[in-house]
Design a protein around this ligand. Structure first.
Ligand SMILES: C[S@@+](CC[C@H](N)C(=O)[O-])C[C@H]1O[C@@H](n2cnc3c(N)ncnc32)[C@H](O)[C@@H]1O
Length: 473
C-alpha cells in the first residue's frame, strides 16, 4: 500500500482530470471536495460548517455538483456509524488499522452506493479514481474490492438486516448512525415526556438537514418583509421567524445589515417565552448570562427596547463577546451592554427582572445542523458541563430580584443537563418556583406534561430545545 501523503489538492488538475469532459471533471471534483472535508474534519479537527464554504469555493463546482458534494460530504459525516458497520463486514482487518485515507474513501463510496441515487457502477468507479489520486494504485485496488462487495451484498435495507436487524438501542444506533450513549439519552428524555415510541422519529430527524431559519429583529424589521422575498416562508411558531426554502442567508440584504439574523425557531421561542412571563413591579433590567454568539441576545434586545428595559449580555470568551456585539450592531447604541466576563463572577448588575441562562451544553438537540457534532462529544463532557451548568444557574438566581424570572435553556434534551440541573436548583434555593412554561409558547402543540418544555425536531421542526422558567420567591 502506498502510504505517501498526497499533496492537498493532488486530485485536482492532474492530467487524468484534464482529459475528462467538463461534466465528468466537475463530478469528480465534487467527490474530491467531499473527501477534503472528511480529511479536514478528521485530521485537523475542523468544523464542517465552517470549512465547507471555502472547500466548495476552491472546488469551483456548478450548482448541481455543489449540491451533490454537500449531500455526499455531510451525509457521509452523519452516517458514519452505519457506514462503518457495513465496511467492517467487507474488510479483513479492524477499521482502525486501515489507512485513514482509505477509510474515508470507503465511507464516501459506501454512502453513494447505499444512501444516494448515484448509479452503483459510477459510485465505485469514481471513488476508485479518487482513491488513485489521493492514495495511489494499491489503496485504490482495496477500495475497489471493498466497494464491489458492498454492492454485491445488497441495498441499504439488506445491509440494515445484516448489521442491525433488531430494535435494541445498540442496533438503532447503528441503523440511524448515532453514538449509543446519545441514543440512550434521547430515549430517556423522550420517556420523561411520555413519548418513548418516538425514538426512531428523532433519530431520523437528526439525519435530515435542517433549512436555515431567519429572525426578523423586533423594532428593526417586520417579518412580513422577509416573507416577500423569493424562497422565504413564514415560520411555524414564532411571529419573527422566516424559513429559507432556497438560497443562502448571507445573500439576503437584511441578514447582512443585521436587521435579520439566522436563528432556529426553537431558540426564538425560548427568548420570547422569557419575555412574556408576567412580572410584578419593575421590568427594567434584563440579563443574558451566557450570550455568545448572541442570537437570543439580539431577539431579546428588540423586545427590551420596546419596553425601555436595558439588556446586559455576558460572555467570557472575547471572540464570542465580539459576535454578540456584532449581532446587536443595528440597534441604537446602548441598547445592549456586552460584558466580557464569566457569568459566575460578581457582576455589576444585581436585582435583574429577567435573566436568560442559555447554558453551555452538549448540543444534543442540534445534531441535524452540525453533521459531525455527534462524533465529537462524549459522555465525559457531561461531567465537565454539569458543574458549570449548576454554578451558572446559581449565579442567574443570585442576580435575579425577588419576583423576577429566570429562563434556563439548553439545546439538548439530555436529562442530566436539563431536569437534573433545574431540580437541584429548586431543592437548594428555598422560594424558587418552577413555572409551567407551556402557556408561554402559545399555539405550540405536543409540549408534554410540563412544567418544563422540550421542543423536538420531529414534532416541532425546531432544534431540540429545553426550557425551564423559574420565579425567584
Ligand atoms: C449555548 S451557548 C449560548 C448561545 C446564545 N444564547 C445564542 O442564542 O446565540 C452558551 C454560551 O455560554 C458561554 N459560556 C461558557 N462558559 C461560560 C461562563 N462561565 N459564563 C458565561 N458564559 C459562558 C459559551 O462561551 C457560549 O457562548
Amino acid at each position: 500500500m502506498n502510504d505517501r501523503q498526497p499533496p492537498r489538492s493532488s486530485n485536482r488538475g492532474s492530467p487524468g482530470v484534464q482529459r475528462r469532459s467538463r461534466h465528468e471533471r466537475s463530478a469528480r471534483g465534487a467527490r474530491g471536495a467531499a473527501y477534503d472535508l472528511l480529511h479536514e474534519v478528521a485530521a485537523e479537527d475542523a468544523y464542517a460548517n465552517l470549512v465547507w464554504p471555502r472547500i466548495l469555493r476552491e472546488a469551483n463546482l456548478s450548482d448541481r455538483d455543489a449540491a451533490f458534494a454537500t449531500e455526499l460530504a455531510y451525509g457521509t459525516l452523519r452516517w458514519r456509524a452505519f457506514l462503518d458497520a457495513v465496511i467492517a463486514e467487507c474488510v479483513d482487518r479492524p477499521l482502525d488499522r486501515l489507512d485513514p485515507r482509505v477509510w474515508d474513501l470507503l465511507r464516501l463510496g459506501t454512502y453513494q452506493i447505499l444512501m444516494m441515487a448515484t448509479a452503483e457502477h459510477a459510485a465505485v468507479a469514481e471513488t476508485v479514481n479518487l482513491a488513485k489520486s489521493v492514495a495511489g494504485e494499491g489503496p485504490a485496488r482495496l477500495v475497489n474490492a471493498v466497494l464491489r462487495r458492498v454492492v454485491r451484498e445488497g441495498d441499504r435495507e439488506a445491509w440494515i438486516a445484516g448489521v442491525a436487524p433488531g430494535d435494541s438501542l445498540a442496533e438503532l444506533s447503528i441503523e440511524w448512525s448515532h453514538p449509543e450513549w446519545m441514543t440512550t439519552a434521547l430515549a430517556e428524555a423522550l420517556g420523561a415526556q411520555g413519548r418513548r415510541g418516538d425514538l426512531v422519529d428523532v433519530l431520523r430527524a437528526d439525519n435530515a438537514p435542517a433549512r436555515p431559519v431567519l429572525v426578523a429583529r423586533p423594532g428593526l424589521l417586520d417579518a412580513q418583509s422577509l416573507y416577500e422575498l423569493e424562497g422565504v416562508q413564514p415560520g411555524r411558531w414564532s411571529p419573527y421567524a422566516a424559513v429559507l426554502e432556497r438560497g443562502r442567508p448571507e445573500d439576503i440584504a437584511e441578514v447582512r445589515n443585521g436587521t435579520a439574523g439566522v436563528q432556529d425557531e426553537g431558540s426564538q421561542l425560548v427568548a420570547l417565552a422569557l419575555a412574556s412571563v408576567p412580572v410584578d413591579g419593575p421590568d427594567a433590567t434584563w440579563v443574558d448570562l451566557a450570550a455568545g454568539p448572541g442570537g437570543k441576545t439580539a431577539l431579546l434586545a428588540g423586545l427590551a427596547l420596546e419596553r425601555h428595559a436595558r439588556l446586559i449580555a455576558v460572555e467570557p470568551h472575547r471572540h464570542r463577546a465580539d459576535l454578540v456585539s456584532q449581532a446587536v450592531r443595528s440597534y441604537p447604541p446602548g441598547t445592549v451592554e456586552v460584558v466580557c466576563a464569566d457569568g459566575r463572577d460578581e457582576l455589576l448588575v444585581t436585582q435583574a427582572d429577567r435573566v436568560l441562562l442559555d447554558a453551555p451544553c452538549t448540543g444534543l438537540g442540534a445534531l441535524r445542523r452540525r453533521p459531525e457534532a455527534r462524533w465529537r462529544r462524549s459522555p465525559a463532557d457531561l461531567a465537565t458541563l454539569g458543574p458549570l451548568q449548576r454554578e451558572l444557574l446559581d449565579a442567574a438566581i443570585g442576580l435575579t430580584r425577588l419576583g423576577g424570572v429566570i429562563a434556563y435553556s439548553t439545546c439538548s434534551p439530555h436529562l442530566i443537563e436539563t431536569d437534573l440541573v433545574v431540580d437541584s436548583a429548586v431543592r437548594r434555593h428555598p422560594g424558587l418556583e418552577l413555572l409551567d412554561a407551556r402557556p408561554y409558547l402559545p399555539g405550540v402543540p405536543d409540549l408534554g406534561p410540563g412544567p418544563t418544555v422540550r421542543l423536538w425536531p420531529h414534532l416541532h421542526g425546531t432544534d431540540g430545545m429545553y426550557l425551564a422558567l423559574l420565579r425567584r420567591g
